[in-house]
Ligand binder design. Sequence first.
Ligand code: FAD
Length: 339
Amino acid sequence: MVTSHYSPQAENKTIWVFLEQQDGVLEEVSLELLARGRELADQLGWTLEGLLLGQHVAGLAPHGIACGADRIWLAEHDLLEHFTIEAFTQVACQLLLQKRPSVFWLGATPNGRDLAGRLAVRLRTGLNADCTDLRIEPREGLLVCEVSGFGGGVLAMIEMRNHRPQMATVRPGVFALPHPDPSRVGEVISMEIDLDPAIIQTRVIERSVGAGLNLSRVPFLVTGGRGMEGDFKILEQLAQLFEGEVGATRPPVDEGHVGRERQVGQTGVVCSPKVALCCGISGAFHFVVGIEKASLVIAINSDPEAPIFEYADYCVVGDVHEVLPELIAVLSGQQVTYA
Ligand SMILES: Cc1cc2nc3c(=O)[nH]c(=O)nc-3n(C[C@H](O)[C@H](O)[C@H](O)COP(=O)(O)OP(=O)(O)OC[C@H]3O[C@@H](n4cnc5c(N)ncnc54)[C@H](O)[C@@H]3O)c2cc1C
């Protein structure tokens, strides 16, 4: 068995969260992890700490504290200005080995996933990816990661008894955002780091940022499935009425009717809208994990036995090509607000 660089006996009872930042803004998923970490730290009497790496990012630390952290470990360096996997791995690894937290969580963003994998190998520990819940068992302080597997047929609870830190990644939207409390008090500790420029094989020449569609937080989400038969124009019309966005199941994405960034579900985006309207969708587990945090689910399906109706608060048995035009006609011109 591979032995970690530090054992459970040498750990500190702390939860660490990687405070990922992009252009001077903390990623929402990091704040969501702080919110979950705060709940668990309070239950256990542990401390919650953030790891903040970058250049000229100290100004973000107070927001991390307002969102729940007791302490922020800060490392600033010219070579950390842009994310490069070599530099971030080296610095995070150094600080983790110095401070030996019991638990380390990262957002399952592209950079978070990249960093998590490298660190797990470097620290000789395990990594639970894309967890759908995180708990800490109070007696032994074991992190219990909920992970779905085998096409959603199995919901596994995974513990890491012998390896530290207990690492996990979580996708955006799985936990709720915290309500920042600017009056919270915490410590910001600036760390000396040793960063050898020779290890950095990547040079960032230019960064281009996508259009910034973020389905995970839209209040009104209209999703279409194979039953739409490629007619997503009508869903766009409906979404516009509610100032919402259009999402889709995998088949219409695979068929090219909708962009990949709009796929909802296990291999797409996890959303937590106030209202999710599901049109012509059967309700496969892989899709449902993407909308199960919605406050209200409405489903339209011509098959009264469709599994989506088990998750829906309101069920409309009917043909989407008939129901949707009528719905748009009725709703047009009405003022819609969300409680
Ligand atoms: C590892 C893995 C990961 C996956 N990840 C995802 C994911 O992230 N997201 C995702 O969505 N899927 C994912 N899938 C695929 C998933 O398992 C399902 O196949 C998919 O969600 C089904 O999409 P659907 O409901 O649109 O299609 P179908 O299952 O074919 O359902 C179409 C539904 O439309 C209804 N319908 C047909 N015509 C009409 C009509 N005129 N009016 C009303 N209703 C009508 C039918 O009754 C049916 O219920 C994944 C699969 C695997 C194996």
